[in-house]
Design a protein around this ligand. Structure first.
Ligand code: NAD
Length: 232
């Protein structure tokens, strides 16, 4: 049962992002608590749970979501594990904050959307956090005010200090540029109608076989051109 009116959250995946979400839910955010942590690395989950009052470690998402004190789910496992966790959350009618990407490819993402539609209400928000970043919000307000006129071109520069192990050439777009796909639609209020990906000769700092950097161009239904320099 929910304790003291606080939302009991199950955090699925306790790696880099998941552990940080656990810290925030536990120490920063009011009105929520970490009721459950789940990781296939059971030792990692147990270590985290040990430090949090009333938190239980589970080896699989289904067991956590069936627990009586879990009211909401935060998915921070790798993309390929998201679909199964999302469908289980829907089966329990639990609201979900899912780290991007929703799933790694469009076929599985459409299956998730169809399952959510069957529920008849929205149950998942994808963690595109740029929409909540103070400077992006300022830019959006400026564009919406009309003071600058109609945006013609939008330049994005996406930099990471390093690429995660196992990152592929496609991941630069479907895992990283996913943020700019979201930001483009949000900032401009337009849909992306065409995408071109250009790949220069990779930096010698990139792991063997990784096409890094890439230049991604979007065209929109409002006639804007958007470029994203993605360089991990
Ligand atoms: N919003 C952002 O800017 C941002 C940044 C980095 C990562 N992410 C996203 O966050 C998610 C996690 O990334 P990360 O960098 O923390 O990865 P990570 O590899 O550091 O952590 C993933 C954790 O999930 C666990 N795991 C793997 N399969 C699992 C399963 N089936 N069930 C439960 N746990 C499982 C792993 O053991 C590991 O502890 C990904 O979806 C990634 O795209 C978002």
């Amino acid at each position: 049962m929910t304790q003291r009116g606080t939302l009991g959250v199950a955090v699925i995946g306790t790696g880099r992002m998941g552990a940080d979400h656990v810290r925030r839910l536990d120490q920063v955010i009011s009105g929520a608590r970490v009721a459950a942590v789940v990781d296939i690395d059971t030792e990692r989950a147990e270590r985290l749970a040990d430090g949090i009052d009333g938190c239980t470690a589970y080896p699989d998402p289904a067991a956590a979501m069936a627990a009586a004190d879990v009211d909401a789910v935060l998915i921070a496992s790798p993309g390929p594990a998201h679909e199964a966790a999302l469908l289980t959350a829907f089966a329990h009618d639990l609201p979900v904050l899912c780290e991007k990407p929703l799933t790694p490819d469009s076929a599985s993402a459409l299956r998730v959307l169809a399952a959510e539609r069957q529920l008849g209400r929205r149950r998942v928000q994808v963690g595109f956090m740029r929409r909540y970043d103070a400077e992006y919000m300022k830019l959006k307000a400026l564009l919406d005010s009309g003071q600058l006129g109609r945006p013609l071109m939008l330049h994005n520069r996406h930099r990471n200090a390093s690429s995660p192990p196992g990152f592929t050439t496609a991941n630069l777009v479907n895992d990283s540029v996913a943020h700019e796909i979201d930001v483009t639609r949000w900032l401009l209020g337009q849909e992306i109608t065409a995408v071109t990906v250009l790949r220069p000769r990779p930096t010698e700092n990139a792991p063997e076989g990784l096409a890094d950097p890439q230049l991604v161009l979007f065209e929109t239904d409002g006639g804007a051109i958007v470029d994203v320099e993605i360089y991990l």
